[in-house]
Write a protein that binds this ligand. Structure first.
Ligand code: HEC
Length: 285
């Protein structure tokens, strides 16, 4: 899924983005390739879902990108809608500044509006001209549908600087929630985390953009559900057994060959200490 910096990507602009029309929001799901939308949407009562059809998404300004190794080895052409276009097509409620993506397996990814502008994530509608009803493409064992969101350093050089670009490339995306970042992650800035040290604030960023893909946060905080470990258990490891905590994050399979957590061998000691400072904050007066 990772694309190398050196690869040459030819980008063909298919439609010049003149203006983005509003997406039609349907009250019912009629197909597994409908994308569910919830959250801060004008005219949609809190807690209700709306659905957008693949064909409607395909009407938004789209682009064809040539990516290497995105799904299978070698080059593949993907038809994409940049999240900037999707964002413009939604009836955003007051204060909306974040898209929260959830996948069929409980994996989650966070896209702040600032990130959408700077890192140019895109929704993949077709692989080599084939839509999700024809997925997986030949050579791929897993169906990445109904949707994939991805980023590429060839599209936005800032992607190369991300600590974990993989967490911005979820497969199986089925739900998007429009949110206010401060509300979606309120639990990370309250109680003992209301006044964090600078390292703890850096650790909180790593939590949101990496760990929250699989781990639930404190109550009322957005996070994935792939891991069943409560936030408090992770915080207790950070506080009482930091050596184990650090080693587990770098190499989970080193502890349990069956571990499902992905390794983070590239994390520096400073980054792991920042995570500990966030999960087990020192009381500040
Ligand atoms: C791809 C999903 C995924 C990501 C991303 C992830 N974890 Fe995990 N994590 C898990 C799962 C699943 C477990 C349960 C044990 C296992 O299968 O590895 C786990 C277990 C753990 C444990 C051990 C808990 C115990 O009870 O022994 C710690 C500590 C931990 N995760 C911290 C983190 C931190 C910090 C991050 C972010 C840097 C992170 N994880 C990112 C899925 C993930």
């Amino acid at each position: 899924m990772f694309s190398s910096l050196r690869q040459v990507a030819a980008l063909f602009l298919v439609f010049a983005a003149v203006s983005t029309q509003a997406l039609e929001l349907h009250a019912t799901r009629t197909s597994p390739t409908d994308l569910s939308l919830t959250g801060l949407l004008t005219g949609v009562p809190a807690g209700e879902s709306r659905y957008v059809r693949w064909a409607d998404l395909a009407q938004l300004p789209s682009t064809k990108l040539k990516l290497t190794g995105e799904f299978v080895p070698g080059e593949q052409e993907v038809t994409v809608v940049f999240l900037t276009e999707l964002w413009k097509s939604l009836p955003l409620g007051a204060g909306a500044d974040t898209l929260l993506a959830t996948c069929t397996d409980g994996y989650a990814s966070v896209y702040r509006a600032t990130f959408i502008a700077s890192h140019r994530p895109f929704l993949i509608l077709a692989i080599n001209g084939q839509g999700p009803e024809k997925w997986p493409p030949p050579g791929l064992k897993f169906n990445p549908g109904p949707y994939v969101i991805s980023v590429s350093a060839d599209v936005a050089p800032a992607v190369a600087q991300l600590l974990d670009a993989g967490h911005k490339k979820p497969w199986g995306v089925s739900d998007l929630r429009v949110a206010r970042y401060a509300d979606a992650f309120a639990g990370l800035s309250t109680g003992s985390r209301a006044a964090l040290s600078a390292p703890a604030i850096a650790g909180r960023e790593i939590w949101v953009h990496s760990c929250a893909s699989c781990h639930a946060g404190p109550p009322a905080t957005f996070g994935g559900t792939k891991s069943d470990r409560p936030f408090d258990v992770l915080a207790a490891h950070a506080r009482y057994n930091p050596t184990y905590f650090k080693r587990y994050i770098r190499d989970p399979k080193g502890f349990a060959p069956s571990a499902k957590m992905e390794p983070h061998p590239h994390y520096s000691d400073a980054q792991l200490d920042a995570l500990i400072a966030f999960l087990a904050p020192e009381p500040r007066s």
